[in-house]
Design a protein around this ligand. Structure first.
Ligand SMILES: Cc1ncc(COP(=O)(O)O)c(C=O)c1O
Length: 431
């Protein structure tokens, strides 16, 4: 059966993605005992919050399936939790639980007809998910010079090309890969535009609670409740990616969508893990200790990210200032000619060059749907100096004992060395 036909949409993705190529290369170098400063790995690594851990432990004996839409008590807790951030109350009927927001997104794309509009840069899984479902994707261009800002003008130009009258836009703020956040003014304009043009928006707010304090996270649902689906979950602000719990909150008026989603979920995952759903009751309880933990982790991510960003900017690297998540997207177009002399003309080549010559592992911008020849890379700050559970634990404990920015000097030796590597790189490119 060696030639049995594969799903043609999946077949297109068989080539090893640039992201995986870099990660594989890092593993090879590590296996040889070489130093690599790994800025490719985007996973929050703080220890599990004790109350949430205890909740999971005390529910480990639960083995029954739960209702497909999710544990009713959890849907209630999530509804009131989101009600804190939104002007209109959320009903538990609008909430559906999934094994991760990624699976939730896939079910949504399966349930909804229409073309997909994706702002660039775009998180690595949006377009592949759409392609697996044979859903047309239209990328909204953005300019590196203004930090990849999404504009209504570019959205409008792209929306005009689409073949279908039904259009779905995915927004992601705070953003992976840029760390940028959409402003309240922009969200109001976006709400007006989408309302006028009947565009449904999936608002990926998985990093909604990983913000550095510069400005609050605002959901588009605040201004466009009737046309915004909110995606969220435990993965980022609680460092619980492996627990696989996410959810969607549907607009109150889209009553036809929930039964379709429940039907898809019943055919694919039945229900998210039962012990994890019970533990999520605690995670979404709003308990002061959990809220303090979330704030502390977000503050540390913010400090670490700002520290590296400031250094890159100091070195003359173009990089929009991140204010959320744990990413940024530095651009090296300024050294295009010097890099071309070293046979580096694409972001994928640049990523390999930085890894081979400077031990700096970053992901190519092309993996995030920016043009391959634009020399942008995604830098994730979540891993370096938190390589082991022990280091991540010590980092948080030190901060909790005394929240002091001096932690950037006392607990960040690897970050410091990595910054020196960037300095060397720029000296060489300038020389
Ligand atoms: C932008 C974005 N959306 C969604 C996800 C998926 O999160 P999960 O499936 O763990 O809820 C991620 C994870 O990396 C992400 O970066």
């Amino acid at each position: 059966m060696a030639t049995f036909p594969l799903n043609p949409h999946f077949h297109q993705h068989q080539a090893l993605s640039p992201t995986l190529q870099i990660n594989e290369r890092v593993q090879q170098l590590w296996a040889k005992g070489q130093t690599v400063y790994h800025f490719g790995f985007g996973e929050s690594r703080f220890p599990v919050q004790p109350r949430v851990l205890a909740a999971l432990q005390s529910n480990a004996q639960r083995k029954e399936y739960l209702p497909v839409q999710g544990l009713p008590a959890l849907r209630e807790v999530i509804a009131s939790y989101y009600g804190r951030f939104l002007p209109t109350p959320i009903s538990p009927q609008q909430v559906i639980i999934a094994p991760g927001s990624k699976a939730m997104l896939f079910a949504l794309l399966m349930a909804l007809d229409g073309d997909l509009l994706l702002p660039t840069p775009s998180w690595v899984s949006y377009a592949p998910q759409a392609k697996l479902l044979a859903k047309p994707v239209y990328f909204i261009p953005a300019s590196v010079v203004d930090g990849y800002t999404l504009t209504i003008e570019n959205l409008h130009k792209t929306a005009q090309y689409t073949g279908s009258t039904s259009k779905i836009l995915i927004i992601n703020s705070p953003n992976n890969p840029t760390g940028r956040m959409l402003t309240s003014d922009f969200l109001q304009d976006l709400a007006a535009y989408c309302r006028q043009n009947g565009i449904l928006v999936i608002s990926d707010e998985i990093y909604g609670r990983v913000v550095d304090g510069h400005s609050p996270h605002i959901s588009l649902a605040q201004y466009y409740p009737e046309g915004t689906i909110i995606l969220g979950g435990l993965s980022k602000h609680l460092s619980l990616g492996g627990w696989r719990l996410g959810q969607a909150i549907l607009p109150a008026t889209m009553t036809g969508l929930m039964p379709v989603l429940v039907s898809i979920a019943s055919e694919i995952w039945t229900s998210a893990s039962t012990p994890v759903q019970y533990a999520a009751l605690e995670a979404y309880s709003g308990h002061p200790e959990i809220e303090a933990y979330i704030t502390d982790c977000a503050r540390l991510h913010g400090l670490r990210t700002q520290h590296i960003w400031s250094w890159l900017v100091e070195l003359g690297i173009l990089c929009a200032q991140p204010h959320g998540a744990f990413y940024m997207m530095p651009n090296f177009d300024r050294w295009r000619e010097r890099l071309a002399e070293r046979d580096v003309t694409t972001s994928a080549e640049l990523a390999h060059f930085l890894l081979d010559e400077y031990q700096l592992a970053l992901l190519p911008g092309s993996a995030f749907a920016v043009p391959a020849t634009e020399l942008s890379l995604r830098l994730a700050t979540s891993f370096v100096d938190m390589e082991t559970d022990e280091k991540a634990e010590a980092m948080l404990a030190t901060w909790q004992a005394q929240p002091d920015e001096a932690i950037m000097t006392s607990h960040h030796p690897v970050t410091q060395k990595a910054i020196e590597q960037f300095q060397k790189l720029i000296v060489e490119l300038e020389g």
